[in-house]
Design a protein around this ligand. Structure first.
Ligand code: ZN
Length: 732
């Protein structure tokens, strides 16, 4: 479809439609219709159009999926139809009573001549969300809050790739979709591994992690955490006749490309409903996300309406909750572990017990606030969620089916002589001073973190060295935890990363180590030698710099050719995506210009306004300088192996080339074409010289064509240009 270049609005709309379609194909039908590279090219073109034409701004543009403007705070928004909570039951007998009561009330009303059908669907353990579409456009995404008023988190909801931001015009003018936002077990595990690497507090379970992600003000942080959504109900719908049953609603939403919570059963028969609930208890563990029950509701909306609600919850729906997979065991003692960032974590050592398929001996207690906080759990008043004492019988659960944690204490089983856990007042390893993150920083009354602030702390140094040599970082063959401990017990210096590369000067002393023969030593030294060649990304990841994990170090290495370039970079280049969401004044202060960055300068490092300054300051600290200098002098490779000269969306026919445009083209005017060439990695220039790579010649080309021919410069006529553009994934 040829687009007239003077109509950026038309091209913008076209691009948005193409990208949304490709997005739907990718997420909803799991059938990619467009290569990633082409998608990126079109997205870059759209971003460039939006940057030059602010009047075409649209909050539901596909460009917002990777993170739009950060917000200052959450706007409270009232629900037109209250978001009531659902009654829970843990007993099949109670469920059967509810079923009988509901059926009887409907029969008694005389309004319905058919036996009521019930729908059973999975109860996903996530965060309830109401999405409001007006004229098919997503306008608000609001949390449940107190049921009447919730927080507007639309900026973060837009980052959910599978969720359509606009619906076809055929949908009712107002369409409120209710559903659940959640994290898959895999995303949860990844997120906690990252938190660990950053020295941050890990999340307790996938639901807390999803809730925490929704509370981010900066949507690029939410985008990095792959939230999911499924629809399981409705709020306000302007047309009552659009869907008249729950199953019908779910079908309609699925046809619109909205991810839905598929019913597991629809039946009028109590026995069938119970069988479905019981069978699903086994199947739910294979779903890859947390499901803690089954929701059973009346299928017919008219029947639902006739039963109405109590002040707390609707009468026409009930949740059957499965008992959590938990077990009890005895707490023997608490270890205090010092991490590589100095954070001290209490770790429970328990009598070994089988839980969900594995023997568990250890579990994190997260922080000392939780160890001493005496609040009881709302689910079970006989149990304390925290206030853990030695000798206590503790409840053990697995978060996201993976990580064991102490969910509570069985107070009735507490021995008389149970001792409180000693909370270290100095570092348990170096005796150094501790910094205590004060109570209240995470909204609870308990302290959140204790950190050893001694930079010479041997425990931190040990953890850093182990991390540095680890497989995913510098991958030093032969330098595992045991060998590091062995060496550090001698007088051979092993305190800094550079010391590792000096071990070859201590072969004699190394050979005195137990179980260290010639062969093993040769292997170790060869491992150290080859680790010199890992390159910038893995070095940065290995240094354990706060906020610089795997993906951030790789993203930085893609944009900076070597360490010197990285050190020469101003702060804003560490967080370019954040730059475009700043106010003009803020941007001018940081970059020297109020203008937004162009696609060439826009790349995602994973760092934002709150994290980049920490990283920048560290890179320029005297300690970091010394480390880098030492490593360089020892022959460690500080160049990037991932660096790519052309921008990520560059196309080979255009990247790095200088173009001159002359004459009249039917498809493009000169300025939009120049910008397009730039978005493809090329450069547009005004006059022909020996530096010109390609002359693009339209009709009535004059002296520039003659000059180019004299200089032997490549000339593209319009069909050649269009063919090259098509090859680069651009539909002219
Ligand atoms: Zn210490």
């Amino acid at each position: 479809m040829p687009t007239h270049p003077s109509k950026p609005a038309a091209r913008t709309a076209e691009l948005r439609a193409i990208l949304e379609e490709a997005n739907t194909a990718y997420y909803t039908h799991a059938r990619p219709t467009m290569p990633d590279k082409e998608f990126d090219t079109l997205l870059a073109e759209l971003a460039s159009l939006e940057a030059t034409h602010p009047e075409l701004d649209d909050p539901n543009s596909p460009t917002r999926r990777v993170g739009g403007a950060a917000i200052d705070g959450f706007i409270p928004r009232q629900h037109r139809v209250p978001m009531l909570s659902i009654d829970n039951t843990y007993e099949i007998a109670t469920f059967a009573e509810w079923h009988a009561r509901t059926t009887k009330a409907l029969t008694a009303s005389g309004l319905f001549d058919h036996a009521p059908a019930f729908v059973v669907d999975p109860k996903i353990d996530g965060v309830a969300m109401s999405l409001r579409y007006e004229q098919g456009q997503l306008v608000h995404a609001v949390t449940r809050g107190d049921g009447r008023t919730g927080d507007d988190v639309t900026h973060n909801i837009r980052t959910i790739g599978a969720l359509p931001l606009r619906l076809p015009a055929s949908v009712p003018n107002v369409l409120e979709i209710r559903g659940e936002v959640f994290l898959s077990n895999a995303s949860f595990a990844e997120m906690n591994a990252q938190a660990e690497a950053d020295g941050d507090e890990p999340f307790m379970n996938p639901r807390n992690a999803a809730a925490g992600t929704l509370k981010q003000l900066d949507p690029s942080r939410a985008a990095a955490r792959s939230l999911s959504f499924v629809a399981h109900g409705k709020g306000e719908i302007s047309d009552d006749t659009w869907a008249t049953t729950h199953a019908g609603l779910i079908d309609k939403l699925a046809n619109l490309g909205v991810p839905v919570n598929r019913p597991i059963a629809v039946s009028t028969d109590l026995r069938e409903l119970i069988a479905a609930i019981e069978a699903f208890d086994k199947a739910r563990h294979t779903l890859g996300h947390a499901v803690d029950g089954a929701v059973v509701r009346l299928n017919d909306f008219a029947q639902q309406a006739s039963l109405g609600s109590t002040s707390k919850s609707p009468r026409w729906v009930v949740a059957f909750k499965y008992p959590a997979e938990r077990t009890t065991t005895r707490l023997l003692r608490v270890e205090h572990q010092v991490g590589k960032t100095g954070k001290i974590t209490p770790r429970a050592v328990m009598e070994p017990v089988l839980l969900a398929g594995t023997i568990v001996r250890h579990a994190t207690l997260h922080n000392y606030g939780r160890v001493r906080d005496a609040s009881t759990t709302p689910d079970d008043p006989a149990a304390s969620r925290t206030d853990i004492r030695l000798g206590d019988t503790v409840y053990l659960e697995k978060a996201g089916e993976i990580i064991p944690y102490v969910a509570g204490v069985l107070l009735t089983a507490r021995p008389k002589d149970a001792q409180p856990v000693d909370i270290p007042s100095t570092c348990p390893v170096c005796n150094g001073q501790l910094e205590v993150e004060p109570p209240g920083t995470d909204g609870t009354s308990a302290e959140t973190q204790r950190t050893c602030v001694n930079p010479e702390c041997p425990a931190q140094i040990r953890e850093k060295l182990i991390w540095f040599a680890g497989r995913k970082q510098m991958d030093i063959d032969g330098l595992g935890q045991e060998t590091i401990d062995q060496i550090r017990a001698t007088t051979i210096p092993l305190h800094t990363f550079a010391d590792i590369f000096r071990l070859k000067d201590h072969t004699h002393a190394l050979l005195q180590l137990e179980r260290m023969g010639d062969k093993k030593l040769a292997n170790l030294l060869a491992g150290i030698e080859s680790a010199k060649q890992r390159g910038l990304a893995r070095l940065l990841a290995g240094m354990g710099i706060r906020y610089v994990g795997d993906s951030t170090s790789r993203a930085l290495a893609k944009r900076f050719a070597n360490l010197n370039d990285l050190l020469a970079a101003p702060l804003w280049r560490l967080m370019p995506t954040a730059v475009n969401t700043m106010s003009k004044a803020e941007r001018a202060h940081l970059t020297g210009s109020p203008n937004k960055l162009t696609p060439d300068d826009l790349y995602d490092t994973g760092l934002g306004k709150d994290t980049a300054p920490t990283v920048h300051a560290y890179l320029h600290s005297p300690a970091a300088r010394e480390t880098f200098n030492e490593l360089a002098s020892l022959g460690v490779d500080l160049t990037s192996h991932e660096f790519s000269q052309a921008p990520a969306h560059g196309a080979p026919a255009f990247a790095g080339k200088t173009f001159v445009i002359t004459g009249t083209l039917a498809t493009y005017e000169r300025d939009p074409l120049s910008r397009l060439l730039e978005s493809l990695g090329g450069k547009a220039s005004g006059s022909v010289s020996s530096k010109t790579s390609v002359l693009i010649a339209g009709d009535s080309a004059g002296s520039k064509l003659t000059k180019a021919q004299e200089l032997g410069i490549t000339v593209w006529d319009e069909p050649t240009l269009l063919a090259n553009l098509r090859a680069a994934g651009v539909k002219p």
